[in-house]
Write a protein that binds this ligand. Structure first.
Ligand code: URP
Ligand code: ZN
Ligand code: ZN
Length: 470
């Protein structure tokens, strides 16, 4: 299959020019003016942006959590991603307590097999290093293409690890070429605050935020940064939501430490007051860290503009309101934590980041595609448009007006965080390795087309066909 994309405005993290893009098989093979190659399909992209497929470094599909399982499995979540212009994501394989990493990975691969619509990799979420040989097994994972270790510093009694586990994992990462990722909140302090709130009779959704104050995120962020520095490991702080966490990241980066941070789309748009919506509507916005005071939104825009924060993910972790969020109707601590968003990241950041003048188009591409690909060992196969890169390409209509709604999104979830928001700019055609996935509102490829990607070690590039495992 060959595709010729004619006359579009090609935007990467560093360039912005009108050109033709020729795709032969799975890769981009030519970029230039007025190409006249014969092609199986010619796409007229005049007036459109030609963007690299976006890379979402933080998602949760088919994940058991909070007494239930996310409503999106690999097929529905990746279908939603494809419609939103995301062609690759890195999901979390969560180690069960006492489980070997090999068994955990086998379980998570089984959830994806035959269902994949886009390409994907796994971070390994470490929950337990007590088994004999666990450290050695962890150390071997980067050689197998699992090149990031995730640790939860919150969710006491569930996913949370102690500082010994955190620090030992960092030491392993320092010698194996893995990137350490942290969910940075002080889980012990939060656990006390939750118990106190419930004892005082506070059960409504807003108490989710009131028992997770920004200082608990700031403290854990700084603790992780200092410990990673002692261990000599590179660190990536996920879902940064507030000034208290931005500041220690900025300080560390000023000092030249190997620290990066990510925020998520929702933190720019949803604030604490959403949790106060009546009739248990507030539960739709119970995710962690919680929506913060609105003043933090400007802090986050400044941080992504100035590279204090280097990526925007979705943390897509979808639970229906009806039947899943309602598990916590009488107790906010039983509301499964997580929100949707895998489909709307590019639309929202383009509309309110680029069109409102907060970030440039190049920076948008860098935050949504190039930096996630670089940090997680996918670049330059993913995250850019260049000769030799995978032909993961979004033909984006910058003027198309869309009103976001659960009525026509592609996730299975029964609500949308951005319900009723009008965006300007939306993906029109989405290609994965030269295959058309989405064509003007229709999914035209079948599940199974997506592949698992074995990622390069931190700081290394992913090149050559050999590294993609079918
Ligand atoms: O509330 C959230 N974010 N749920 C997903 C798990 C996590 O903490 O990322
Ligand atoms: Zn988290
Ligand atoms: Zn998450």
């Amino acid at each position: 299959m060959s595709v010729l994309i004619k006359g579009g405005r090609v935007v990467t993290a560093s360039d912005d020019y009108v050109a033709d893009v020729f795709v032969d098989g799975e890769r981009v093979t030519l970029l230039g003016e007025s190409l006249d190659q014969d092609a199986d399909r010619v796409i007229d992209a005049r007036g459109k942006l030609v963007l690299p497929g976006c890379v979402d470094p933080h998602t949760h599909l088919d994940m058991p959590f909070g007494g239930t399982v996310t409503i999106d499995d690999v097929e529905s979540g990746q279908t939603a991603a494809a419609f939103g212009g995301t062609t690759c994501h890195v999901d979390f394989c969560i180690q069960g307590k006492g489980q070997s990493f090999a068994d955990a990975l086998a379980d998570w691969h089984a959830k994806a097999d035959g269902k994949q619509v886009i390409d994907m990799g796994y971070h390994i979420a470490v929950t337990d290093l007590s088994a004999e040989g666990a450290l050695e097994e962890l150390a071997a994972l980067p050689e197998q293409g699992v090149t990031s270790y995730k640790l939860f510093m919150a969710y006491k009694g569930a996913l949370m690890v102690d500082d010994e586990t955190l620090f030992r994992t960092m030491e392993v990462a320092a010698r194996t070429g893995a990137l350490v990722m942290v969910h940075a909140e002080n889980g012990d302090a939060i656990d006390v605050l939750v118990k106190e709130a419930l004892a005082a009779g506070h059960t409504e959704p807003r108490w989710h935020a009131l028992t997770r104050p920004p200082e608990t995120e700031g403290e854990a962020t700084n603790r992780a940064i200092q410990l990673a520095h002692v261990a000599g490991a590179p660190l990536y702080v996920v879902h940064v939501s507030c000034k208290e966490a931005v500041e220690p990241i900025a300080t560390a980066r000023d000092k030249g430490w190997d620290v990066w941070g990510e925020t998520c789309t929702q933190y720019f748009f949803v604030d604490y007051t959403f949790l106060e919506r009546p009739d248990f509507e507030g539960a739709k916005f119970v995710y962690t860290p919680p929506p913060r005071d609105k003043a933090n939104q400007d802090v986050l825009w400044a941080a992504v503009r100035t590279d204090v924060l280097s990526a925007i993910s979705t943390d897509h972790c979808a639970f229906n309101w009806d039947g899943q969020k309602t598990l916590g109707r009488d107790d906010f601590s039983k509301i499964p934590n997580g929100g949707p968003g895998i489909e709307n990241r590019l639309q929202m950041i383009h509309s309110f980041g680029v069109r409102n003048g907060r970030i440039s188009l190049n920076r948008m591409v860098e935050l949504l595609a190039t930096n996630p690909a670089k940090l997680f060992g996918l670049y330059p196969r993913k995250g850019t448009i260049a000769v030799g890169s995978d032909a993961d390409i979004v033909i984006f209509d910058p003027e198309k007006r869309v009103t976001i709604s659960a009525a026509d999104h592609h996730s299975r979830i029964d609500y949308n965080l951005y319900e009723g928001t009008e965006v300007v700019g939306s993906p029109e055609i989405v290609l994965l390795r030269g295959n058309v996935l989405v064509d003007d509102g229709d999914l035209v490829a079948s599940p199974g087309i997506g592949r698992y990607v074995a990622r390069a070690k931190f700081g290394h590039e992913l090149t050559g066909a050999g590294r993609v495992a079918a």
